[in-house]
Design a protein around this ligand. Structure first.
Ligand code: FAD
Length: 559
């Protein structure tokens, strides 16, 4: 049996998204400017190469990029299409009303419509050019701790990467390779929304103890090619209203790039109450709205994807520093939900964490107290000045459209001064049982309350979506969705009508005949697009997402 390898580095970064890559690049820059012995730095990423697991709308606010790479234009940065015009509409089922003014969070002059996947590829190339090792296809599977296992003051000493070559029966296959233990003086957790290593920090070190409960949304996105003259490149459209009801918080976007390529998508808060609601079905209704259909008709679906968005904002940031560890980007919930923007905040937090990690390693003190300098940097940065004024807006929308709109107004016009701190609810706690929501036991519980017609021209089913996400997983490996299925087979059907079959946007969860007249849960793990919605949304907390074997998952090139 192969031995487990141990590697020693000064700084380990988990996740090569905008946050992790910005951290790596900043470390190299600080190293250059301060001189002295070079720090050893490693970045591990579960995707097989750069940008494959990156999904975003994606409107880039270039403010952090300008600070990280001032000469980015001369370095071939793929800035995509500059925003030309902003439009915001309120939709009813058959009509649209254009808002006479564009509220500040929706103003995008100076921003660019990019492919986050391409942008990440470019950023990774800048990091590699500095001689930093990026390990693609290496998922971090467990956080390594030192100290009393019952104490929340344990030290993070690195990460164990996933084993390779285990069969679905849990036994080693021919080419078994145990994961490596990467020991680091500082580990920067940049594992994105509901990062499963950061989740281990929540559980083991209680880093969420002083924060509001995290709030999430699910974002579903498609790329389309439409006739080139239909929308001017740089057109940005946001909509509110239909098909979401007063009780559901969310909205849609449509961004026009060059050559007829558009990004179209919908974000829905994961605190919806209706257990039979299906976010994917809502997105199909949106595409069938006469206004949107007239844009898509005659076009071609190019790609599909879905991912959760951490929308709780400033008050839901966990403790950002622990002994030997720092948390950045989406893993720290740094997203402005009013602007639906997090790329620049992820980059900024990565840069600030890098500066802190560098000083801590150099000083030989990587305790939580020493790494607290990162929190001070965040508090003094544009992250706080952007997120604090809008801190409770998502939480207010959890109380309905009217409450949310009032909060959004207060955030905008008083810069958050008149906004109250609202605690919000953990997403799955808001979903009601069928009996409570509908007042009766529903019999056709597998059918979404908002089922949409599938015409395979404008609307597509989830299986087709999963195909267009390019996702791939070897089926002969342990299922990477750890589910206590006895809950599904006993109480979940009667209480919630198996909501996993609806909130999963990729048909991973399916209730199939069990051969004796009943139903059993079938987990189509190979369809998974790594969106994390199931881990967040299942009402009993019995689904845990862990990383599959390295290099697997969606393939989001161009997204
Ligand atoms: C639908 C949608 C639309 C959005 N639109 C916009 C927009 O228009 N503008 C904007 O600014 N922001 C937008 N955002 C938010 C933005 O995409 C994120 O804030 C940003 O990508 C966060 O960067 P990050 O590096 O923290 O996380 P990510 O970009 O998620 O990167 C995390 C990386 O870590 C890797 N990883 C995770 N776990 C592990 C592990 N265990 N081991 C190794 N690697 C791991 C992942 O594969 C991934 O590459 C949108 C988000 C969504 C979902």
């Amino acid at each position: 049996m192969a031995e487990r390898e141990t590697l020693e580095v000064d700084v380990l970064i988990v996740g090569a998204g905008p946050a992790g890559l910005s951290a790596a690049l900043r470390l190299a820059q600080v190293q250059k400017s301060k001189g002295g012995d070079a720090l050893s730095i490693a970045v591990i990423e579960k995707a097989p190469d750069a940008g494959r697991h990156q999904l975003s709308g994606a409107l880039l606010d270039p403010s952090s990029l300008r600070d990280l790479i001032p000469d980015f234009e001369s370095k071939g940065e793929p800035l995509g299409t500059p925003v030309d015009n902003d439009n915001i509409y309120f939709l009813t089922e058959a009509s649209k009303f254009r808002l006479p003014i564009t509220p500040p969070p929706f103003q995008n002059h100076g921003n660019h419509i990019i492919s986050l996947s391409q942008f990440t590829k470019w950023l990774a190339a800048q990091v590699e050019a500095e001689g930093i090792d990026l390990f693609w296809g290496f998922p971090g599977q467990h956080v390594l701790f030192e100290g009393d296992p019952h104490s929340v003051d344990r030290k993070v000493i690195g990460v164990r990467t996933g084993d390779r070559g285990i069969g679905k029966d849990g036994q080693p296959k021919g080419a078994f390779e145990p994961g490596a233990d990467i020991h680091a003086k500082v580990t920067i957790f940049a594992d994105g929304v509901r990062g499963h290593l950061t989740k281990q920090l929540y559980r083991e070190l209680q880093i969420g103890a002083g924060a509001g409960p995290p709030q999430f949304a699910i974002g579903i996105k498609e790329l389309w090619d439409i006739p080139k003259d239909r929308l001017k490149p740089g057109t940005v459209i946001h909509t509110l209203g239909y098909p979401l009801r007063e009780e559901e918080f969310g909205g849609t976007w449509l961004y026009a790039m060059n050559d007829g390529r558009i990004s179209i998508g919908m974000v829905v808060g994961l605190e919806y109450r209706d257990p039979l609601f299906d976010p994917h079905a809502a997105f199909q209704h949106f595409k069938l709205h006469p206004f949107i259909k007239s844009i898509l008709e005659g076009g071609q679906l190019v790609r599909y994807g879905a991912k959760a968005v951490p929308e709780g904002g400033w008050n839901t940031q966990p403790q950002l520093h622990v002994d030997g560890g720092l948390i950045v980007g989406d893993a720290a919930n740094f997203v402005n939900s009013m602007r639906l923007k997090g790329i620049h905040l992820a980059m900024r937090s990565g840069m600030l964490a890098a500066e802190t990690a560098f000083d801590a390693v150099r000083s030989g003190n990587t305790s939580s107290k020493s790494l607290a300098a990162y929190k001070a940097r965040v508090d003094g940065s544009a992250i706080k000045s952007e997120l604090y004024p809008v801190r409770s807006v998502h939480q207010a929308f959890g109380h309905g459209l009217v409450a949310g709109s009032v909060a959004a107004g207060l955030a905008m016009f008083t810069k958050g001064v008149a906004l109250q701190d609202l605690p919000g609810h953990p997403g799955h706690k808001q979903m009601e049982m069928i009996q409570g929501y509908y007042g009766l036991a529903k019999r056709d519980y597998l059918v979404p309350s908002n089922a949409a017609p599938i015409d395979r021209k404008v609307t597509f089913d989830k299986v087709t979506g999963a195909h267009y996400s390019g996702t791939h997983h070897d089926e002969n490996q342990p299922v990477h969705l750890l589910v206590h299925t006895e809950v599904c087979h006993t109480i979940c059907g009667g209480e919630y009508g198996h909501p996993c079959v609806r909130f999963c946007p990729a048909n991973v969860y399916e209730m199939v005949d069990n051969g004796t007249g009943g139903k059993r849960l079938q987990i189509n793990a190979s369809n998974c697009v790594h969106c994390k919605t199931c881990d967040i949304m299942d009402p009993y907390g019995v689904i845990t997402w862990v990383a599959p074997e390295g290099g697997e998952g969606p393939s989001y090139e161009g997204m």
